[in-house]
Write a new protein. Structure first.
Lengths: 234, 234
């Protein structure tokens, strides 16, 4: 079956959330005259990501878009980390930094090459506006945005992978997921999608404990999105 | 309220379906050695568009994407017009011409300018793949694809206009619909969206009977999508 579309996990796979957040939170704090351990906040914020979505996935919370989960986590974390003096507008501005994460150096060149032959898009737990703003800021040349709020589900719920295939009018075997996370690829492959693993060994900084290497014999194992384009002769 | 996104009706507003279909059906017929009145087929095909969607909208047919409605209409029309010798592959190739409609001359320049300040996307009865293929072929620089199969509804069902606002996390008054069809704008305005009318007086060729001029005091009345960009200081 001919490959028609390549979808990308986004946070960590296409954009470097940790370096972006630490730099932008630091700059924000400097402008506002607020000192804090911004790296610790960034790591704790990302640490709250899966637990917050899992509460929605298990039905313990109603459907809530990622922007709102991020804000709920932030409100709790600034208290827990003793970061004082932040107004609601400050918290909203900090939350908006997720819309302006910067891509890994290979992302835009690789996507630009892949776009010539394939339909490309994120398949992300981000909401549509987060992903659209990110694409406009970072120059990600997506053809289509497969966002969690289109499906009302978070990965790894099957409704996300299969919902994307339905909108692409493609069999799962005609769609490939590229991700830096073995667990995401495992869920995609179980539903019949093709898989590509790209290691991002600095994604979590010094606290990274997994996903340094492929855990399975994925269809493609690449060093970057530009390498995926090369391996697909784009 | 600040305008955040501009959505566009597509068939007729952004792309010139009639000239594209007549030219491409004619070229197809010449390659296949099949003579027919291709303009008559194009007009009858487009004539079947609203009735076919209305059957879905009234619940007389299950949800069916536009590509499949187009194919059903085409199968009936080639018989009715006595066009013989077409195989199922021929019909599929003819149906795929809707994915390669060409833009009006002002569309790409205008969209490119508007994209700098606003989120832009189609809000179309086309399905996702039809709109993605069209964008890739025609160079339409969409940020997001608001397709009927995302919502499971056809315009003017409110689920389309309001579904787009929900995904954009915007109040209806922060979203504008640009269309060449007064009826589409009337439905959008009734739900609170802003409106822009662009006349396309040759859309239906010699048989055009309506939409030569704005029927209401829309928020913007423009001569083309480039003029909309100018009126919005883009």
């Amino acid at each position: 079956m001919e490959l028609r579309a390549i979808l990308f996990d986004t946070f960590g796979t296409v954009v470097d959330w940790r370096s972006s957040l630490i730099a932008d939170l630091g700059a924000f704090g400097a402008r506002r005259g607020i000192a804090a351990d911004w790296a610790a906040l960034a790591d704790a914020w990302r640490g709250a990501y899966h637990p917050s979505m899992d509460r929605v996935r298990r039905g313990e919370a109603p459907w809530t878009v990622l922007d709102d989960l991020h804000l709920q986590s932030l409100e709790r974390l600034v208290v827990a980390q003793g970061i004082a003096g932040l107004t609601p507008d400050d918290l909203a501005a900090m939350n908006d930094l997720w819309h302006r994460l910067r891509p890994w150096p290979d992302s835009v060149p690789g996507l630009t090459r892949l776009k010539r032959r394939f339909i490309i898009g994120p398949l992300s737990n981000g909401n549509t506006t987060l992903l659209v703003d990110m694409a406009k800021n970072a120059g990600l040349p997506w053809d289509v945005i497969m966002a969690s709020d289109v499906f009302g589900h978070y990965k790894p719920d099957p409704e996300t992978y299969l919902g994307a295939c339905r909108l692409l009018r493609a069999a799962p075997g005609q769609v490939m997921l590229c991700a830096a996370h073995n667990a995401d690829l495992l869920a995609a492959r179980a539903l019949g999608l093709k898989t590509a693993f790209v290691p991002r060994p600095t994604e979590y900084g010094p606290s990274q404990v997994r996903d340094f290497a492929p855990a399975e014999a994925w269809d493609f194992i690449v060093t970057g999105i530009d390498d995926l384009a090369s391996q697909l002769d784009c």
